[in-house]
Ligand binder design. Structure first.
Ligand code: MHO
Length: 220
């Protein structure tokens, strides 16, 4: 039987963006289904502790690091998503783990982030807690945190051949991690089923989950 090739690798020039927006599980789903976002991974960054892990983050923050195609999505668009989708709000004082954080990778990103901060502060009643800082070392989180929603579907993951590397690099995994929780939109999903190379059984499974969860939000 013909098996379509799964679209794990997308080889186009990308830029990096790094955001702390609360628990990284839901941000991973959110950005993973966003057109122009090619790959995502979650981890710890923003601090100085040498080998952070989930039970001991030190002074690091949970962040999502994503590779995006600047021809399809701008950094400004990503910033809009950043402001609109914080798990625990923008003005609440949070522990360092859930700090609202933009880690910029180039001066254009810094400028755009500072501009948007100012605009946001005007619209916002309380003081924004967001910090904007240069990106430093990024420590990938443990495997079980990568594409967390997707990993809840063990048989599907097995059929997709997801190993520890692919959990952080696969385009397909980034997309499915969102569709499975019902985000990304029906039209985009149906186009992606073909583009991502899912077979009928995989497509049917993801479609069922998508429809079951659509409109349910992104609770962590
Ligand atoms: N609400 C989640 C947060 C996990 S996140 C990776 C929990 O209760 O574990 O910080």
């Amino acid at each position: 039987m013909f098996e379509p090739a799964l679209l794990h690798d997308v080889d186009i020039p990308t830029k990096k963006a790094t955001f702390g927006m609360g628990c990284f599980w839901s941000n991973d789903s959110l950005f993973g289904v966003t057109p122009g976002v090619v790959r995502t991974r979650v981890g710890y960054s923003g601090g100085t502790t040498k080998t952070p892990h989930y039970r001991n983050l030190g002074d690091h923050t949970e962040v999502i690091e994503l590779d995006y195609d600047p021809k399809t999505i701008s950094y400004e668009d990503l910033l809009e998503m950043f402001w609109a989708n914080h798990e625990y709000g923008l003005t609440t004082k949070l522990k360092r783990q859930y700090q609202s954080l933009v880690l910029y990778h180039e001066d254009d990103q810094r400028q755009a982030a500072e501009e948007s901060f100012k605009e946001m502060q005007v619209q916002c009643k309380g003081q924004l807690r967001t910090e904007i800082a240069p990106a430093g070392p990024f420590y990938p989180a443990e495997d079980y945190h990568q594409k967390y929603r997707l990993q809840g579907h063990k048989d599907l993951c097995r059929s997709l051949g997801l190993d520890s590397t692919k959990l952080q690099t696969s385009h397909l995994a980034a997309r499915l991690n969102g569709y499975l929780v019902g985000i990304g939109g029906k039209t985009q999903f149906e186009q992606d089923v073909v583009r991502l190379g899912l077979n009928e059984k995989q497509a049917e499974y993801v479609r069922r989950e998508f429809e079951r969860n659509e409109g349910g939000g992104l609770a962590c």
